[in-house]
Design a protein around this ligand. Structure first.
Ligand SMILES: Nc1ncnc2c1ncn2[C@@H]1O[C@H](COP(=O)(O)OP(=O)(O)OP(=O)(O)O)[C@@H](O)[C@H]1O
Ligand SMILES: [Mg+2]
Length: 361
């Protein structure tokens, strides 16, 4: 038998290995409850190892999407593949590789942490006794294993939920609003746990309507508004794309009206800086901040400088990260003791404001 029997023979230069399979692939997904459309043509991919934040306001369709991923709901149209497996066609196989945590999940209260996890390990038919210990250890609940679930704080209960979905060692974690009811400390703990799980190679998909909850943890985001995907991809890539679009907008010959209203700024060269191109940089210097203002004012890209006690300066500027590096270098060369530099931290917030139409809270 000749190998040439294949109807499609690859060209000799074609790569031997197949393209990597997305951990989650959402393809043209639509859903309606009765006649009420909730999702319309949503498509995005989550690559293996990513922490993907699914952002959208109440009612945007996040939970609906997640329930489809978790095999609990069949889509009206389109499909979702997890690790290449169609959730509607092979739900059993998908459940083995997905750990799903619903929003506002309850826990059984009158048993201990260990009993709770043993119960689920039995329910999943996991016979290896070590799975409970491994999940306890990962979620740092080992020392509390004989505590009654009822006595746990909300944060610990959330960790217990995460321990539960780790029992069968899933590749992909799907978490619906994992930090929505938690206080700041518990949020930080959940965030750190997610980062740790990501380092172990898990792909993590989580939803939230709180941006700051996602900004320090996600590598990629998808923004959903009224059942439609506004944008999706790695945060750095989206930021770069928007940066390029902004640069296009600010190009010579751009309509000055684009800046809009009385709040417009002009660069020293007279170009209008649109509001979305303005960024903020916080600096802390040794000595009075006022003495630094003359060094900054009039510099290319500097739009405004404000001072505050304690050597604090806020610089409003038009530029990218190179601007920040240049300002710091220049100030140090001028003998200023720069002790703190905080570029506008929240890239995600900026992306969000640019791509949404203000329907999000
Ligand atoms: N079982 C259902 N039957 C009918 N309509 C539903 C059902 N579940 C959700 N909806 C509606 O579908 C829309 C999307 O709901 P979904 O729960 O997916 O949004 P969400 O983004 O998760 O919102 P939240 O931030 O409030 O959790 C909402 O308008 C909601 O009222
Ligand atoms: Mg929801």
């Amino acid at each position: 038998m000749s190998e040439e029997a294949s109807p499609v023979s690859a060209p000799p230069s074609a790569p031997v290995s197949a393209p990597p399979v997305a951990a989650i692939s959402v393809e043209n997904l639509s859903h309606r409850y009765g006649n009420f459309p909730v999702l319309s043509g949503v498509s995005f991919d989550v690559q293996p190892g990513e922490i993907f934040g699914f952002i959208g306001p109440n009612g945007a369709g996040k939970t609906t999407t997640i329930r489809i991923m978790a095999t609990l709901l069949e889509p009206t149209a389109g499909r979702v593949l997890i690790d290449g497996i169609d959730v509607a066609l092979e739900p059993e196989r998908v459940r083995r590789i997905v750990g799903y945590m619903p929003d506002h999940a309850g826990v059984y209260e009158r048993i201990t942490i260990r009993e709770y996890l043993e119960f689920f390990a039995d329910a999943y038919d996991l016979r290896d006794g070590k799975v409970v210990d491994a999940a306890l250890e990962l979620t740092e609940l080992s020392k509390l294993d004989d505590r009654l679930v009822a006595s746990l704080s909300k944060g610990m209960k959330q960790r217990l939920q995460i321990a539960r979905i780790l029992l069968h060692d899933p590749k992909v974690l799907v978490l619906d609003e994992p930090a929505s009811d938690l206080d700041p400390r518990a949020r930080i703990e959940v965030r750190d746990l997610l980062l740790e799980l990501s380092e172990l190679g898990k792909t993590i998909f989580l939803s939230s309507h709180i941006l700051t909850e996602l900004s320090d943890v996600c590598t990629s985001v998808g923004i959903l508004e009224r059942g439609r995907l506004v944008i999706a991809g790695p945060i750095a890539e989206i930021a770069e794309r928007l940066e390029r679009e902004r640069a296009g907008e600010a190009a010579p010959g751009a309509e000055p009206a684009a800046a809009g209203g009385s709040s417009s700024y002009l660069t020293p060269g007279g170009a209008v800086v649109p509001p979305q191109a303005r960024r903020r940089l916080k600096l802390r210097v040794l000595g009075p901040a006022e003495s630094v203002v003359p060094l900054l004012q009039g510099g290319g890209g500097v739009l405004d400088v404000q001072t505050a006690p304690g050597g604090l300066l806020t610089v409003l500027y038009a530029g990218d990260d190179r601007f920040v590096a240049d300002v710091v270098r220049y100030l140090v060369q001028q003998g200023v003791g720069v002790v703190g530099v905080e570029p506008e931290r929240n890239e995600l917030e900026r992306i969000f404001l640019e791509v949404t139409r203000g329907e999000l809270g």
